[in-house]
Design a protein around this ligand. Sequence first.
Ligand SMILES: *[C@@H]1O[C@H](CO)[C@@H](O)[C@H](O)[C@H]1NC(C)=O
Ligand SMILES: [Cu+2]
Length: 238
Amino acid sequence: MKIAAPLFVAGLASGHTIFSALEVGGVSQGVGQGVRIPSYNGPISDVTSTSIACNGNPNPTTPTSKVITVQAGSNVTALWRYVPGSSGTAPNDIMDISHKGPSIAYLKKVTDATTDTGVGPGWFKIQEDGMRSDSTWGTDRVVNGQGRHTITIPSCIAPGQYLLRAEMIALHGASQYPGAQFYMECAQINVVGGTGAKTPSTVSFPGAYSGSDPGVKLSIYWPVVTNYVIPGPSVFKC
Ligand SMILES: *[C@@H]1O[C@H](CO)[C@@H](O)[C@H](O)[C@H]1NC(C)=O
Ligand SMILES: [Cu+2]
């Protein structure tokens, strides 16, 4: 669904969400500061689109000159908001609770995080949170947790600039493809202190997901999902 409506027309778009700011060491680095925010909070639904990497089409992202310094081995928190800059205290400030699915994060090593589009190879998964045995989803934990999506930056990767792609997938309409809603933005980070002891194997965006993946095309209502398969590669571990 694509509605060219302003963000404040709440009834139309209140389901959606944007990774709006990155928190490092407990401090938000600022809305749109080092995170490329699109002009609209709607999802990407075509997994073959170049926008599946770092968003951008049809809703252009605003460039940011900031590159956020992050210590390898530390945690950062992607802050998700329905409207960038809102307080995020109420679940509806984050994303409609009808939106169920995984939270996921990827990194891609780049030469210049401010200019790299993110499209193409080089991505490796560093976090995923799908459905637990109590039938709660990664998105539930973000929505009920003030929009906080915690991501551990691996200690063993090489230092240097990376794009950090934080993602939430909403599966309420995923019984056909296209139908799953992919929400993602990219942060620009400079990883310091990484040992470089391991080199992750990587995938491409687009490419990592297929419209027929069991975690992309499925009914989450019936039959009851008991073993949700998160799309993309396995999580890179040091
Ligand atoms: C980082 O986050 C993980 C997962 O939430 C948690 O288990 C771990 O204790 C955190 N580490 C630090 C250093 O805060
Ligand atoms: Cu939505």
